[in-house]
Design a protein around this ligand. Sequence first.
Ligand SMILES: C[S@@+](CC[C@H](N)C(=O)[O-])C[C@H]1O[C@@H](n2cnc3c(N)ncnc32)[C@H](O)[C@@H]1O
Length: 314
Amino acid sequence: MKEMDNCNGVLFKTRETVDKSINLVVKDDDGKQKYQVDEIRDRVILGDAFKVLKKIDDAVFDMVFIDPPYFLQLPNKKLRRWSVKTVVEGVNEAWDKFSSFLEYDKFIQMLLTEVKRVMKPAATIWVIATYHSIFRIGKIMQDLGYWILNDLVWVKTNPMPNWLGVRFTNATEHLIWAVKDKKSKKYTFNKEYAKAFGIGKVGANVWVLPICWGDERLKDSNGKKLHSTQKPVELLKRVILTSTKKGDLVLDPVAGSGTTGWVAHTLERNFVMIEINPKYVKGIEERFKQPFKMTDSPYPSKTLIDKYMNLKEF
Ligand SMILES: C[S@@+](CC[C@H](N)C(=O)[O-])C[C@H]1O[C@@H](n2cnc3c(N)ncnc32)[C@H](O)[C@@H]1O
């Protein structure tokens, strides 16, 4: 951390790794009827979230983070940048393909229904998406009875460049933060962190930070990007520090490269992750061999960000 201000500077250093005597990965199979929380705490379940969630009891999680498929609807051809002709690395994986909005909505609706059941009464849920799907997701959440507390806007300091020049550079993603229903009042909200991470004096609901880059990007055995939508550690750090307490149990049912569990573990929270793709689960196993260390300071610092946003006068 180069910059430290407006924060506590608390250094989190946790257990060396998840208990080495136990395998991090639990492989789901159809013969398995039920998961007790103790057998899946701090584990990654290799399996289909729709099947796995059904095997978990009601009301066990304190917080849920979901980064679902985007349904970007990219054409089935290589996109090249207009002037430099380099290939645009989008999200072309099979997991992001749906035949229609109807099919996508059904996926989201089923996932959010099952997740609601496993949330404790005072739990909160975060769902992140781009403009491609966030509005559909918000409607589905409201239809399911979730009560939206905030939407956080993530402003990317290093967004993908606008290569055709026919619309604005898309530099944001949205995070919906919600409770199970309007009656949920006793949820965790660590307002000091919210103030430290949000922009301006009031700590508004805008987070400015880079997309995952440099050494943080996980690589597969061929040295290629492990996951096309790996989320930055800093983003999950903010999500977890603002909405959970030490020892809480955090669920990520579509875990990808495992950012949620890795950050939760580092910040002394517990986690359960579910991911259907064995390649990503292997990547998560490798990730958990890395040392855990983090401070609670925002990066980039608030001073730098307020300068970037030109908010000093406000
Ligand atoms: C947007 S990515 C998540 C990225 C993750 N937040 C990270 O930081 O790496 C969505 C993930 O959902 C997974 N997925 C899709 N359908 C699934 C299902 N039915 N069960 C479990 N995982 C699923 C995909 O394999 C993909 O890795």
